[in-house]
Design a protein around this ligand. Structure first.
Ligand code: GTP
Ligand code: MG
Length: 375
């Protein structure tokens, strides 16, 4: 499931226009056929034409709403990473409630279409046919009006979700470290990903994802995530740091921490402080250290590298060769299953009619994140 592929949710008016447009197009064809039929009287002709229109409208509207319900991911089936990501950016009860409301409207339209179809079919008068038709249009328009805000809310959610990273449920390694230390460069060396690499800090503004295949068993793949941001101020993380943090927390089976001993990116002390904080925070996870930019070290620097390797190693392995890091990753990850849990499937939604006064407010429920919604 790709959040990027979720289709745009239109407004209630747009769905009504689309339904009436296809009804007109289809009933024009039907009308010509019926009018030429000499075996039918005028009332019968009108019945067939009106009922045809009614069916097309009902089918189009209920299918449009049902499609949204089926395509939008079910919160309860999401992995903890996506669950928390969603909870950070939108109001989950409103999300569920909106999908429930669309499910209800879709079913109600189907039932209403059947009900008026029968009424028109049994009717023997022109005026009554017209009256039923008007009543039907009124009822289905009212259903759409009741879910108007739910449609807007879900479209707002979609605009946020389409920027969610596509993280798969598989053995995963996160690359962490200070900005500009060489995280994306390591990702490039290890996988086929083509991340943007620049000489300045904060180049990476989203999760970069790549994959490593085990040469022994190429079907077994490992997901590599380059996590941007400094992550050393857990209280005041910005958006991308929050996403990185969630990736480390929920997706990472292993963390590769990148140290830049040239200190061009940050003083070693600060890098060590962050390393120790992450080590403590993510205690249960495998950890290894990659020493970047060692080609730039002078004689003094190389001495520092040797002593750093000895000091740091202990149980945690520290390497300055990307190929050795790759080996460590494959060794550690080989025991893990390829797929953990199913990632996303369509929402199983209750059939809930929006009650008066409890309708979803299409932007307020987005809380402090509504600034990201381009309405
Ligand atoms: N000589 C040398 N340069 C390196 C090495 N690794 C990274 N660099 C350079 O360091 C700079 C930063 O590298 P990135 O890979 O973009 O660093 P990053 O940690 O992803 O940076 P942000 O995305 O900004 O956090 C770039 O100019 C790289 O070319 C290395 O091993 N040797
Ligand atoms: Mg980067």
């Amino acid at each position: 499931m790709n959040f990027q592929d979720l289709m745009k949710v239109e407004t209630a008016d747009k769905y009504i226009d689309l339904a009436f447009f296809s009804a007109k197009k289809e009933s024009d064809k039907e009308r010509t056929k019926v009018l030429l039929n000499k075996n039918l009287d005028k009332v019968q002709k009108s019945q067939i034409i009106e009922n045809h229109k009614l069916k097309v409208i009902g089918r189009s509207l209920s299918a449009s709403l049902k499609k949204i319900v089926h395509v939008f991911p079910a919160y309860k089936n999401l992995t903890p990473f996506y669950k928390e990501l969603m909870a950070n950016y939108m109001d989950i009860p409103s999300y569920k409630k909106s999908l429930g409301a669309l499910n209800w409207a879709s079913g109600s339209i189907e039932r209403m279409s059947y009900f008026y179809n029968e009424k028109i079919r049994r009717c023997r008068e022109f005026n009554a046919i017209n009256a039923y038709r008007q009543q039907y249009y009124g009822r289905i328009s009212s259903f759409l009006k009741q879910v108007k805000n739910d449609l807007i809310y879900l479209e707002n959610c979609r605009r946020i979700m389409k920027d969610f990273p596509s993280v798969k449920s598989m053995p995963t390694v996160c690359i962490a470290g200070f900005p500009n230390v060489g995280k994306s460069t390591l990702l490039l060396k290890l996988s086929t990903a083509k991340p943007e690499i620049k000489e300045y800090a904060f180049t990476t503004k989203q999760l970069n994802i790549g994959y490593i295949a085990d040469p022994e068993t190429p079907m077994k793949k490992v997901q590599l995530i380059d996590t941007p941001g400094t992550l050393n101020r857990l209280e005041e993380m910005n958006d991308i740091e929050r996403v990185s943090y969630l990736a480390l927390k929920y997706c990472a089976d292993m963390i590769i921490y990148v140290f830049d001993l040239t200190e061009a990116s940050a003083p070693l002390e600060d890098q060590e402080e962050l390393f120790n904080a992450l080590k403590k925070q993510f205690k249960g996870k495998d950890l290894a250290v990659y020493l970047s930019k060692t080609d730039l070290l002078d004689k003094e620097g190389r001495k520092k590298l040797d002593s750093f390797k000895k000091k740091k190693t202990g149980k945690i392995r520290a390497e300055d060769d990307a190929e050795k890091i790759k080996k460590i990753i494959l060794e550690k990850m080989s025991g893990l299953k390829t797929m953990k849990t199913s990632q996303v499937s369509p929402e199983e939604v209750p059939d809930s009619a929006p009650e008066d006064g409890t309708q979803v407010n299409p932007t307020q429920s987005l809380g402090k994140y509504k600034k990201y919604v381009r309405v």
